[in-house]
Design a protein around this ligand. Structure first.
Ligand code: ARG
Length: 301
């Protein structure tokens, strides 16, 4: 399942989009789309050795439904191998046996410019993960700010160029947006989520490049939609068919977009915009309400 033969991204090099002519003005796009380039990334991931669905804190979770943990681990390993094949670095955070959702490492904090805003979880079931991810980051030399307000890391904070898009409505508190702006010294753009299936910003919006995002309209309130339209007038708007399989829970290196395999239309749309879609199957982890991006915390700077 991991037999992707993708060209590795050598550190420090930028890989040009392979089919520049395919970038020619698909409908609704400006005639001159910037060429897409990959940059090497560093990710933290947590193997789902203790993954289970024992409680329900989002509408995807159904305790009692069978979960195949071995399959979850195999699918996660394939994701990790996909990143390695793309030339990225993956560091593995040890999971805690009593924390079945810890595989969703994106929630462990936001790391920007070599420092981190730690996570404070909305639900008591995940509370112990915050200090565990913070301790792991600190042991690696990353200073971590202990959060005062509820904030679920890269689940609700997405870095797009110099901006931090910040979700609220289900998990991360608006006060945490101000905290993030202060601690990470970034421009923070608040976006209110309204559909419980898209409870974290990273289930409703994918960062494709420093100037490009994809999102599903139904996840956002009217103010948030107006903001997204203003900031990203050429964004890829994804339909419910792709968003409903968590297609937007994707990870891009600027060129390759690793996304859930079931999001087939989104993959075709990405290819038409000059990206290289890289589908992976994380069906077991979807039972916890997460997919590619949820499993991936980017370590920046
Ligand atoms: N079961 C987890 C929760 O509800 C899933 C978290 C998914 N992570 C994410 N970054 N969206 O908290």
């Amino acid at each position: 399942m991991t037999e992707t033969s993708l060209p590795p991204v050598a550190p420090g090099t930028a890989v040009p989009a392979p089919r520049a002519e395919a970038v020619l003005a698909p409908e609704g796009l400006p005639a001159a789309l910037p060429p897409r380039r990959a940059t090497p990334r560093r990710y933290a991931m947590c193997r789902p050795d203790h993954f289970a669905v024992r409680y329900a804190i989002n509408p995807w979770m159904h305790p009692g439904d069978p979960v195949d943990r071995d399959l979850a681990v195999a699918q996660w390993e394939a994701l990790r191998q996909t990143y390695l094949d793309l030339g990225h670095v993956v560091e593995v955070v040890p999971g805690l046996p009593e924390q079945p959702d810890m595989v969703f490492a994106a929630n462990g904090g936001v790391v920007l410019g070599g420092r981190a805003l730690g996570a404070r979880f909305a639900h008591v079931e995940r509370a112990a993960e915050g200090p565990a991810f913070a301790a792991w980051l600190r042991a690696r030399g990353v200073p971590v700010h202990e959060p005062e307000h509820v904030g679920e890391g890269e689940g609700d904070f997405l870095v797009v160029g110099d901006r931090l898009l910040a979700g609220t409505g289900f998990r991360t508190a608006p006060a945490a947006h101000e905290e993030a702006a202060r601690v990470l010294d970034a421009e923070v753009v608040p976006l209110r989520l309204v559909d419980p299936r898209y409870y974290h910003l990273d289930t409703a919006l994918a960062v494709l490049a420093d100037d490009d995002v994809a999102y599903v309209r139904g996840a956002f309130d009217p103010d948030a939609l107006a903001t997204l339209e203003r900031l990203y007038p050429h964004a890829l708007v994804v339909g419910e068919q792709d968003a409903g399989v968590l297609g937007l829970n994707a990870v891009s290196d600027g060129l390759h977009v690793v996304l859930p395999a079931a999001a087939t239309r989104m993959a075709a749309d990405l290819a038409a915009r000059g990206y290289v879609p890289v589908p992976v199957d994380l069906s077991e982890l979807l039972k916890g309400g997460g997919s590619v991006k949820c499993c991936t915390l980017e370590l920046r700077g």
